[in-house]
Design a protein around this ligand. Structure first.
Ligand SMILES: Cc1cc2nc3c(=O)[nH]c(=O)nc-3n(C[C@H](O)[C@H](O)[C@H](O)COP(=O)(O)O)c2cc1C
Ligand code: SF4
Ligand code: SF4
Length: 254
């Protein structure tokens, strides 16, 4: 069976995965947040794709854990498209290594620049301005899709990850809090891809196993989530063509 496995916090990677699935045809979209597919996947003549954001030039940890669990048949064409703000191709090298440990070869791996979303670290891209840039993104995704459809063997990677910075990130969710604007709608808890938010007394409570995907803070309709004292004045970015409910549904499939 062919499939595209995707992971996304603010929607860029889901956008890319949907585009590729549409262009390639017959490629079911499977959220990594739903857990590893049972049984073996792939096979001769089949394609398996991975679409996810670069985190510190590395794989999101839940993508790494997912890949480690997945059983892929030999002979499958394996491809990856990594969304990134600037330089994320270390994630392709990391995926290549994870697959090699399972005796598998990544055939195609390329990054694609999309709006940078890391609000906990800097003022992210503007959602409104990003809408006007989707044409360029679409052109690049079309080119990637054509290469993948043709079974291209092409890897564009860099051998650099900032692994030490990312290693202990899960505990850094202590800096998240919901301010008085919180309406107790529960969206943050429904869309956190790793189930790291519990509502207590109607307010979000972070559980210490954060992926730092920025979904909760970016999608909160009341802009009530803050990260320390750094985010009060920052924009909230999400991909302009993706709805929060698409991510929440993927999470609900868990
Ligand atoms: C924790 C974290 C780490 C990131 N690290 C990188 C990075 O190393 N290189 C880069 O170019 N972009 C980096 N970014 C930006 C995202 O990779 C980029 O905005 C991506 O398209 C977001 O995808 P998503 O909307 O599917 O979550 C990072 C973002 C986050 C939240
Ligand atoms: S999404 Fe925002 S408003 Fe809704 S429960 Fe979470 S913090 Fe509160
Ligand atoms: S708690 Fe927020 S930043 Fe952390 S993984 Fe969940 S949605 Fe992403």
């Amino acid at each position: 069976m062919s499939a595209i496995y995707w992971f996304s916090g603010t929607g860029n990677s889901l956008y890319a995965a949907k585009f590729l699935a549409g262009a390639l045809g017959d490629m079911p979209l499977v959220p990594v947040a739903a857990g590893a597919a049972p049984g073996e996947v792939g096979g001769a003549g089949e394609k398996i794709g991975f679409v996810f954001p670069s985190y510190y030039g590395n794989l999101p940890r839940s993508v790494r854990a997912f890949v480690d669990q997945l059983v892929i048949k030999q002979g499958t064409y394996l491809f990856a498209v990594v969304t990134m703000g600037a330089f994320g191709q270390g994630a392709i090298a990391a995926l290549e290594t994870a697959l090699a440990a399972k005796g598998l070869r990544l055939h195609y791996g390329r990054g694609i620049r999309m709006p940078a979303n890391y609000i906990m670290m800097y003022n992210p891209a503007s959602t409104e301005k990003s809408a006007g840039k989707l044409t360029t993104v679409n052109r690049k995704l079309s080119a990637r899709a054509r290469e993948i459809a043709a079974g291209a063997q092409r890897i564009k990677k860099i051998n650099f990850t900032a692994q030490t910075l990312y290693k202990n990130i899960e505990a850094l969710d202590r800096a998240f809090c919901a301010d008085a604007a919180c309406t107790s709608c529960g969206l943050c808890a429904r869309l956190c891809p790793v189930g790291n938010i519990r509502l207590q007394g109607g307010k979000p409570n972070w559980q210490g196993r954060c992926e730092h995907c920025a979904a909760c803070i970016s999608w909160c309709p009341a802009k009530a989530i803050q990260y320390g004292n750094q985010t009060q004045k920052r924009r909230r970015y999400h991909n302009p063509a993706i709805q929060a409910e698409e991510l929440a549904r993927a999470k609900a499939a868990q």
